[in-house]
Design a protein around this ligand. Structure first.
Ligand code: GAL
Length: 960
C-alpha cells in the first residue's frame, strides 16, 4: 500500500498565481493565424478531494471511455455533478488562509483532438493554448507533459505548447479544483460555480506573429484630431485606410478624426501587420482625464447611467455565449443605459468588443474580492499581506493586458469589497504605471489614496446630496475628486424605488457623475420543481437565500419593471411640462451628441384614446441645452374628457442596437382635467329576506357585507392594509429599526381583525361601522363603509381614522374583494406596467388592457407586485369601477396571504377567486434590501383618509 503525499497538490493552497503560463497579453482574433476551438464535449470525472486521483489520466492512451461527459465551456455543478452554492460574502469553508477544505470537489477534464488538416506544419512557428476562464484552480497536461497550473478564475491563461503538439490524438488533460488559495480572492456575491467556464482555444503562432500590442488612440477635442500610436512587442506596420494612416509600430501620427464616445461609438478599422500575422484593429479615439475635479472624456464631463453586470445565464451560469452577451448590450442600449461596471471581474472579452461597437462606458473590474474577512475584523486579509501581492499583481496585469485595447474601458477597478491594504496600493501603482490613459476606481479606498474618484455604494439620497454640495468632508484629496455610486438602487424583487430622486441629484450637482444600479440580472437557476432556484435550494448549509436575485432582468432576461423605470429615469432627452400651458420643454441630456438621431412626435389623447397625432419640430440642441416648444392647438374635433399630450422622441433611423421608431424618451402634458365620477345618492336601501338591496347592490342584512353588484357575485369586500412584503420591505439583516416589513409583522398588520359595530340602513345610504385592528395591540383603524346609489351604480365611500399611537406607516390602504371570474382587465390610468409611489416614472396615463395572469410580475421570490397606479376606471369580471380619487389596482388568482407565504413562483396555484385590491395608497418601495428605504414623501402614513369607488356592471364578458 502506498500513500500519496499532499505535496502533489500543494499548488492548490499556494498563494502564488501559478506557474508555467506565458506573460499576459492583449486578447485579439488574428486575421490569418489559425485557431482551433477546443470547446465542446469533454470527458469528465469528479472526485471529492484534490488528491483522490493521481495524474495517470493525463497520459497518452488513457482510456476514459467510462467517464461522464460535460460541455466546455461550462460548470460541472450545472451539468448534474454536485451542486451550486450561494453565499453573499461568507466563505463557504473555514477561514484559514490559504488553506481549503479536504472536501474539495475536483473535476478531471479530458479532451483528445487532432489538428485540422489545413493546420500549418508543426515546425512553422509555435502554438499556444489559451484558457479564458477556469474556476478556481487548474493543472494542465498536454500529451502527458505537465504544462502548468494557475488560479485567477475570470482571467486568461496561455501556455506555449507548440513543442508538445502532434498532428493527431493530442491529449489535453485539465484538473480543476473547486477550492484553492485563489478562492480567498474570489469571494464575490454570487454562486460558487467550478469548471472550465470560458473558451479553450489552441492558437497557431506563426514565426513573426504579433505577440502583445497596445493601441494608444487619444483625441484632442480642441483641435479635433486623434493621435494614434501602436506599441508592439513585434515590429510591424499599422494602417488605417479610412484615415490614410500607414505608420510603423511605435511611431505616432495625428490626423483629424471623429472621436469615440458611448453615445457615438465611432470606430475606425485598422490593421497591425507583422511579419507573420495580420491583426484587425478597431480603434476608437478618446481621451479620458481627471480635470477640474471631474471625469472628462474628450474634454467633457460624463454622467454615468450605469448597471453592474455579472455574467449570468439561468442554465449555463457564467458560461455565456456570444448571443447572450449581445443581448445584454442590446438590452442596455435599448433601456438608455450608457455605462457598465463589470462587477466583479473582467467579463468574457467578447463582451468588451460589443461595448466598443455599440457604445457603453466600461469600468473594468479586477477579479478580486475578500469580503468574508470582514467577519474577523479583516484580520489576515490577503490584500494586506505581502505574501499575496504577487497574486494580486498577476490579477491586475492579466486584466489590463488582456483588455487594454478597448476604447470603451475608461476606468480600471481594483476589485470589490476587499478592505484596504498594501497589496491594493501595489496594484494601483502597477496599473497607473502601465496605463496612464485611464482612471482608477476602488470603492473600498474611502480616502481615495490610490484612486481617481470618490466611490460609494448605497449612500442615501441625503448623503449623496451633501457630497454633491461638497459638504461631506473627507481627506483633502477626496474633496477634490468626482463622485460616483458604483452601486445603488438594489434591484432585488419589487423595486428599486427612489431612482428618479437620485437622478435629480446627479443632474443637479456637477461633482456627482452618476451611478450603477445593483445589478443587471437575477442569478436564478432554472429548476424543474422551483421555477428558478436561489440560495438554499441545493441544500447548502450556509447560504444567503434570494439575495442572489437582485437584478433589473429576470433570470430569463425579461426586463423587470425596475428596468423599465430606469429607462425612463435616465432618458437622454427630457420631455416635460414645466414650460407651461400648451408647451413642452425639451432638454438634451446627453454629454456629446445632438438630437439629430431622433425624431419627435406628439399625440393628443382623450380618455386614453388617440384623437390626433403629428410630428413636432424641435430645434437642434447641443448637449445640456433646452428649448420650450409650442404644441399645436388641441384638435377642434376632440371629444370632452380628460386629455393628454404625449410627446415622444424615437430613433429617426435604424441603429445597430434598435430599429427606427424605437422610443427613446417620452413625456406627457395634461391638456384637460378629469371629471370625477358622481352618483347622486337617490336610491334607498331596501330590506328583504336576510338582505338589503341598494340600487344594483345586494348586502347581507346582518353583516352589511356586499354580496353582489347586479348579477356579479362579490365576496369578502373589506378594508385591507396588508401586502406580501417585498424584499425591500423586509430589508437586509444588518439594517436598523426602519425595516418596516418586520415592524409591520410584529405589530400584526398581516392578521387584522374586523369588528362589526353597526349596520345602519338610512334614508339614502347603507352605513357599516367597523374597527380594524390586530390582536394584542391597541392600535386600530376605525373604518366606516358608506354605500349610496343613483339606482344604476353603487358608490362606496371608505372613511378610516387611526386610533392609538401608530409609529409605522401602513403597507397599503384600500379595499379588497373576490370575484368568481375575471380574466381580461381594461383600465384608464397609469400603465402599461407595475408602478408604486417611488417607482412610477415609467407609468403613462393611457387606455390599457391586460389579463389577470399577465398583470403578475414574476419576481423569483413571490411578493407584492403588479399594481397599476393612477387608475381612473377599470373593468374586470363584469364590473366597472371608477375611483374618486384615482386608485391603484391589483388583481390576482391567489390571496395576499398565499402570495406572502410562497417562496417560489411554483408555490402559487390559481384558486377559483380573483382577488382584487383597490388601493387609496401603498407604502413606497425604496431599496432597503441593501440600501435606504423609501424617502419620507413615499411613506403611507396612518392618518385619517376618505376615498370612494363607483361600481357598475358592464356588458363585457367576465372572462375571455
Ligand atoms: C454590495 C456588493 C455586491 C452585492 C451587493 C448586494 O456590497 O458589492 O457584490 O453583494 O452589495 O447585493
Amino acid at each position: 500500500m502506498s500513500f500519496r503525499t499532499t505535496t502533489e497538490t500543494a499548488y492548490v493552497e499556494d498563494v502564488s498565481p501559478g506557474s508555467g503560463a506565458l506573460p499576459p497579453r492583449a486578447w485579439y482574433a488574428s486575421s490569418d493565424a489559425r485557431t482551433l476551438s477546443l470547446n465542446g464535449s469533454w470527458r469528465f470525472r469528479l472526485a471529492q478531494t484534490a488528491d483522490a486521483e493521481d495524474d495517470s489520466f493525463a497520459a497518452e492512451g488513457y482510456d476514459a471511455g467510462d467517464w461522464a461527459e460535460v460541455s466546455v465551456p461550462g460548470h460541472w455543478v450545472l451539468q448534474g455533478h454536485g451542486s451550486p452554492i450561494y453565499t453573499n460574502h461568507l466563505y463557504p469553508f473555514p477561514v484559514d488562509p490559504p488553506h481549503v477544505p479536504t472536501e474539495n470537489p475536483t473535476g478531471d477534464h479530458l479532451r483528445v483532438f487532432d489538428l485540422p488538416a489545413d493546420w500549418p506544419d508543426l515546425a512553422e512557428g509555435d502554438a499556444s493554448l489559451r484558457f479564458d476562464g477556469v474556476e478556481s484552480c487548474a493543472r494542465v497536461w498536454l500529451n502527458g507533459t505537465e504544462i502548468g497550473e494557475f488560479k485567477g478564475s475570470r482571467l486568461p491563461h496561455e501556455f506555449a505548447v507548440g513543442h508538445l503538439l502532434k498532428t493527431a490524438d493530442n491529449v489535453l488533460a485539465v484538473r480543476v479544483h473547486q477550492w484553492s488559495a485563489g478562492s480567498y480572492l474570489e469571494d464575490q456575491d454570487q454562486w460558487w460555480l467550478p469548471g472550465v467556464f470560458r473558451d479553450v482555444t489552441l492558437l497557431h503562432r506563426p514565426a513573426g506573429a504579433a505577440a502583445d500590442f497596445f493601441v494608444h488612440a487619444s483625441y484632442d477635442h480642441l483641435a479635433g484630431t486623434g493621435t494614434l500610436k501602436v506599441d508592439s512587442d513585434v515590429d510591424g506596420r499599422v494602417t488605417v485606410a479610412e484615415l490614410g494612416i500607414d505608420i510603423a509600430t511605435g511611431e505616432s501620427v495625428t490626423v483629424p478624426v471623429e472621436p469615440w464616445s458611448a453615445e457615438v461609438p465611432r470606430l475606425y478599422t485598422g490593421e497591425l501587420v507583422t511579419e507573420g500575422e495580420r491583426v484587425p484593429l478597431r480603434i476608437g479615439f478618446r481621451t479620458v482625464e481627471l480635470s477640474d475635479g471631474l471625469i472628462k472624456v474628450n474634454g467633457r464631463p460624463v454622467l454615468f447611467k450605469g448597471v453592474n453586470r455579472h455574467e449570468w445565464h439561468p442554465e449555463k451560469g457564467r458560461a455565456l455565449d456570444l448571443e447572450t452577451m449581445r443581448e445584454d448590450v442590446l438590452l442596455m442600449k435599448r433601456h438608455n443605459v450608457n455605462a457598465v461596471r463589470t462587477s466583479h471581474y473582467p467579463p468574457h472579452p467578447a463582451f468588451l468588443d460589443l461595448c466598443d461597437e455599440l457604445g457603453l462606458w466600461v469600468i473594468d473590474e479586477c477579479d478580486l474580492e475578500t469580503h468574508g474577512f470582514t467577519e474577523q475584523g479583516w484580520r489576515d486579509n490577503p490584500v494586506d499581506d505581502d505574501r499575496w501581492t504577487p497574486a494580486l499583481l498577476d490579477r491586475a496585469s492579466r486584466m489590463v493586458e488582456r483588455d487594454k485595447n478597448h476604447p470603451s474601458i475608461v476606468i480600471w477597478s481594483l476589485g470589490n469589497e476587499a478592505g484596504t491594504g498594501r497589496g491594493l496600493t501595489a496594484m494601483a501603482e502597477w496599473i497607473t504605471g502601465r496605463d496612464s490613459s485611464r482612471l482608477l476606481h476602488y470603492e473600498g479606498d474611502i480616502d481615495c489614496r490610490d484612486t481617481d474618484m470618490y466611490s460609494r455604494m448605497y449612500a442615501s439620497h441625503a448623503e449623496v446630496e451633501r457630497i454633491g454640495q461638497d459638504l461631506d468632508g473627507g481627506t483633502h484629496k477626496r474633496r477634490g475628486l468626482p463622485f460616483i455610486l458604483c452601486e445603488y438602487a438594489h434591484a432585488m424583487g419589487n423595486g428599486p424605488g427612489g431612482l428618479a430622486d437620485y437622478q435629480r441629484l446627479f443632474e443637479s450637482y456637477d461633482r456627482l457623475q452618476g451611478a450603477f444600479v445593483w445589478e443587471w440580472i437575477d442569478h436564478g437557476i432554472t429548476h424543474p420543481e422551483l421555477g428558478y432556484a436561489y440560495g438554499g435550494d441545493f441544500g447548502e448549509e450556509l447560504h444567503d437565500g434570494n439575495f442572489v436575485c437582485d437584478g433589473l432582468l429576470f433570470p430569463d432576461r425579461r426586463p423587470s419593471p425596475g428596468l423599465v423605470e430606469y429607462k425612463k429615469v435616465i432618458e437622454p432627452v427630457g420631455i416635460d411640462a414645466t414650460a407651461g400651458d400648451g408647451m413642452v420643454r425639451i432638454t438634451n441630456k446627453q454629454d456629446f451628441a445632438g438630437l439629430s438621431a431622433l425624431a419627435f412626435s406628439w399625440s393628443y389623447d382623450v380618455e386614453g384614446e388617440p384623437v390626433e397625432s403629428g410630428t413636432l419640430a424641435v430645434p437642434a440642441l447641443a448637449p445640456g441645452e433646452s428649448a420650450d416648444v409650442k404644441l399645436p392647438a388641441p384638435p377642434a374635433a376632440a371629444p370632452a374628457g380628460e386629455a393628454h399630450w404625449t410627446v415622444r422622441a424615437v430613433l429617426a433611423a435604424d441603429t445597430p442596437w434598435a430599429p427606427k421608431d424605437h422610443v427613446v424618451a417620452w413625456g406627457q402634458v395634461q391638456a384637460a382635467q378629469r371629471q370625477v365620477p358622481s352618483a347622486a345618492p337617490t336610491a334607498r336601501p331596501v330590506p328583504g329576506d336576510g338582505v338589503i338591496t341598494l340600487g344594483p347592490g345586494t348586502f347581507d342584512a346582518r353583516t352589511g357585507a356586499l354580496t353582489a353588484i347586479g348579477d356579479v357575485p362579490v365576496t369578502g369586500l373589506r378594508l385591507d392594509v396588508w401586502r406580501a412584503t417585498t424584499d425591500n420591505d423586509d430589508g437586509a439583516a444588518w439594517q436598523d429599526d426602519t425595516r418596516y416589513g418586520l415592524l409591520w409583522r410584529t405589530l400584526g398588520l398581516h392578521r387584522m381583525r374586523h369588528r362589526l359595530d353597526a349596520v345602519e340602513a338610512g334614508e339614502n345610504a347603507l352605513t357599516v361601522r367597523t374597527r380594524v385592528a390586530p390582536a394584542a395591540r391597541e392600535v386600530g383603524l376605525s373604518t366606516v363603509y358608506r354605500w349610496t346609489s343613483d339606482g344604476d351604480s353603487l358608490r362606496l365611500t371608505v372613511c378610516t381614522t387611526p386610533e392609538g399611537e401608530w409609529t409605522v406607516p401602513l403597507p397599503r390602504l384600500g379595499i379588497r374583494f373576490g370575484l368568481s371570474a375575471a380574466d381580461r382587465v381594461r383600465w384608464f390610468g397609469g400603465g402599461p406596467g407595475e408602478a408604486y409611489a417611488d417607482t412610477r416614472m415609467a407609468s403613462a396615463v393611457g387606455r390599457w388592457q391586460s389579463t389577470v395572469d399577465d398583470m403578475q410580475t414574476p419576481y423569483v421570490r413571490p411578493q407584492e407586485n403588479g399594481a397599476r397606479i393612477d387608475v381612473r376606471w377599470a373593468e374586470l369580471g363584469g364590473l366597472r369601477i371608477e375611483g374618486d380619487p384615482v386608485f391603484s389596482l391589483t388583481a390576482r388568482r391567489w390571496t395576499t396571504e398565499q402570495l406572502d407565504a410562497a417562496t417560489h413562483r411554483t408555490d402559487l396555484t390559481p384558486g377559483d377567486t380573483v382577488w382584487v385590491n383597490l388601493d387609496h395608497g401603498q407604502h413606497g418601495i425604496g431599496s432597503q434590501s441593501c440600501g435606504p428605504g423609501p424617502l419620507p414623501p413615499y411613506h403611507l402614513r396612518a392618518e385619517p383618509a376618505e376615498f370612494s369607488f363607483v361600481f357598475s356592471t358592464v356588458q363585457d364578458p367576465r372572462s375571455s
